[in-house]
Write a protein that binds this ligand. Structure first.
Ligand SMILES: [Zn+2]
Ligand SMILES: [Zn+2]
Length: 636
């Protein structure tokens, strides 16, 4: 056959000379496409650009713009890095180098840890190899041959990988004098790696096993072009500036202390104020929506945790104590006391739904390695609620929660995404119950009019759930709200209600949080706002600044008025230059500076200045109080 026919994604057919590759196909369509093409898909499988086409194949051309492109670019750049490392450090042994969400990494076994200078050298070598425009070629060989080959090269890790794979054949990718075991696909030439940067070095155990060798992991990132790379690097820089651990210290919000214990937050006055504002906000918002505020004890008898199943399934993460020979568990969640309240009376269908809300402080023993500022802690407070309702009410209740999340996230200015996790293979509860709960969650998602994803089989064994991930100012995702249906606890604690027909029935239980852990949410808020909290959230809303000592009596009276009216105000009457005081207040990111000079004293006024330097018209203390009250009321 001298000619083959292939089918393009739009269904059209295209004749090509026999032996043509995907690149040839792209070139036959246009020079621009040939230039942009980096790989292809044949019958839905990703393949290299130079893969030969068979007659009748369904072909798609992958360009730099395709969603699949980034992973191929990044994985190829990790090979380029391994080649550079081998060129500079021939004794280094290569292991694996996958693409990851932020770029790629490659793990090496080397004699000494890499230094930042090594990183620069490696990156320079990578540029040199990219410029050399080496062909990246795929070859297949038997596993026995591959083992032989890598043994000869002294690449023990590759030998282990091939042995573990247990396949007849494996594929190799070769560029210049460097060959790597890989499934592919890859870019056709090293010059296609155009925009990359090595970012950091870390230690990592071979296969994550502490008993195996400690390797050197080099992280990097890569994009299709320099512009995207630069934008990404800028975002990273900005994220570093906004790091809540750094800002938490600079703004004197909170601290951690080894003498107290890892993962346990100590809230300083301004941080505690921020928390209080959020907690007051939460109480108000919950009461508005028909929730009752409740409060359970911090420790509950061990027997109760046995009954709930926490003792069996969650014990390693809990703190226990024994007093007078009675064991107690410090609560890792708030559900149990809420169920005790439900059980304290006979419930009728007319009482439902019941919505119990608690700002519940819980303790969970997270591994030391995963603790991270406020984002991952061992003691935290959830805005936790449990809804107990009839099966018929579930639909409306879930919709109500999503509406709640939408309104609250709107106030903070967060966009969010939702994911539904459905029944896993191992689960408890009847088919009917799963069906009911899953369709209630799904209906609410559809009803919200927002995009959502479904993770089939990813739910907890005791019920389906919706996870809500908010997106911050730097376009990062944060898991906060969850809505979880639960079939176990009502069973285990024998919760019932008397239905209209006089029969005893099981209520449905929904666990839900809106902000999640207050600690974590504050960490996210700090980074989202870069510490520039809006007026309604700012722990200090205004500071009164004098120009000279002459204004102190008037300034003090104004300060007193503001504080009495509930404005969160501080003062700086020090004998310092005004410019110096303003700079300090700006560093503290206080929204309003109220300057008092002789003119203001004479006119009975304050001269407000916003933290970005913008001046507002002078106003009386009463006018300023009204102004702040309005900003708070409108969540400005
Ligand atoms: Zn590879
Ligand atoms: Zn719960």
């Amino acid at each position: 056959m001298n000619e083959i026919k292939v089918t393009l994604p739009d269904g059209s057919q295209r004749p090509l000379p026999a032996g043509s590759s995907i690149f040839d196909l792209a070139a036959s369509i246009g020079a621009g496409l040939a230039k942009a093409a980096i790989a292809g898909k044949i019958d839905g499988n990703l393949v290299d650009l130079n893969t030969k086409l068979a007659d009748g194949a369904k072909v798609e051309i992958i360009t730099e713009k395709s969603p699949e492109a980034l992973e191929i670019i990044r994985h190829s750049t990790s090979h380029l890095m391994a080649q550079a490392v081998k060129a500079l450090f021939p004794q280094a042994k290569v292991t694996i180098g996958p693409a990851i969400e932020t770029g790629f990494y490659y793990d090496f076994d080397v004699d000494h840890p890499f230094t930042p200078e090594d990183l620069e050298k490696i990156e320079a070598k990578m540029r040199e190899l990219a410029k050399a425009d080496l062909k990246i070629e795929r070859s297949e060989l038997s596993s026995a041959e591959a083992i032989e080959l890598f043994k000869k090269m002294g690449e023990d890790y590759k030998v282990e990988l091939i042995e573990d794979l247990g396949a007849d054949h494996v594929s190799l990718y070769t560029q210049g004098d460097f060959a790597d075991l890989c499934r592919g696909p890859h870019l056709p030439k090293t010059s296609y790696c155009k925009a990359f940067k090595l970012t950091s070095i870390a230690g990592a155990y071979w296969r994550g096993d502490e008993k195996r060798a400690m390797l050197q992991r080099v992280y990097g990132t890569a994009f299709a072009d320099k512009k995207e790379l630069d934008a990404y690097l800028e975002r990273i820089e900005e994220a570093k500036k906004r790091d809540h651990r750094k800002l938490g210290k600079e703004l004197d919000l909170f601290s951690f202390n080894d003498e107290v214990g890892a993962g346990l937050v100590i809230w300083h006055p301004k941080g505690a104020m921020l928390r209080t504002i959020l907690e007051d906000f939460e109480r108000k918002e919950h009461l508005k929506r028909g929730y009752d505020i409740v409060q359970g004890p911090q420790i509950l008898k061990t027997e109760l945790w046995q009954r709930s199943g926490h003792y069996e399934n969650y014990r390693e993460n809990m703190y226990f104590t024994t007093v007078d020979e009675q064991g107690y568990g410090v609560k890792p969640m708030n559900c149990l006391a809420h169920m005790m309240i439900y059980r304290s009376q006979l419930r009728s269908y007319r009482d439902l739904p019941l919505r119990y809300f608690e700002l519940g402080t819980v303790h969970r023993h997270e591994r030391a390695g995963v603790l991270h500022g406020l984002l991952r802690v061992r003691g935290f407070t959830q805005d936790d609620a449990h809804i107990l309702c009839t099966p018929e009410q579930l639909d409306a209740e879930i919709k109500g929660v999503i509406q709640f999340v939408t309104e609250v996230m709107g106030i903070f200015g967060f966009e969010f995404e939702m994911e539904l996790s459905t029944r896993p293979e191992k689960s408890i509860g009847s088919d009917d119950a799963w069906e009911l709960a899953t369709s209630a969650l799904l209906n609410a998602l559809k009803d919200s009019g927002r995009p959502y994803e479904i993770n089939e089989g990813d739910g907890a064994f005791y019920g389906p759930k919706i996870d809500i991930k908010l997106r911050d100012a730097l376009d990062r995702r944060w898991q906060c709200a969850t809505i979880q249906c639960d079939f176990t606890l009502p069973e285990r604690f024998d919760l019932t209600y008397v239905d209209a027909d006089g029969e005893k029935k099981r209520p449905v239980m929904v666990h839900r949080v809106i902000l999640g852990a207050i600690e974590r949410f504050i960490g996210v808020l700090i980074e989202h706002f870069a510490g520039n909290f809006p007026t309604w959230l700012a722990p200090v809303q205004a500071t009164v600044l004098t120009v000279t000592d002459n204004q102190i009596p008037y300034a003090q009276a104004a300060f007193d008025k503001l504080r009495a009216a509930g404005v969160r105000v501080q003062k700086d009457f020090r004998n310092e230059k005004l410019g110096f005081k303003i700079r300090e207040a700006q560093l503290q990111k206080i929204p309003y500076m109220l300057v008092v000079g002789d003119k203001e004293v004479e006119g009975g006024l304050l001269a407000p200045r916003f933290r970005d330097g913008k001046n507002l018209e002078a106003m009386t203390p009463e006018q300023f109080i009204a102004f702040i009250e309005n900003e708070v009321k409108t969540y400005k």
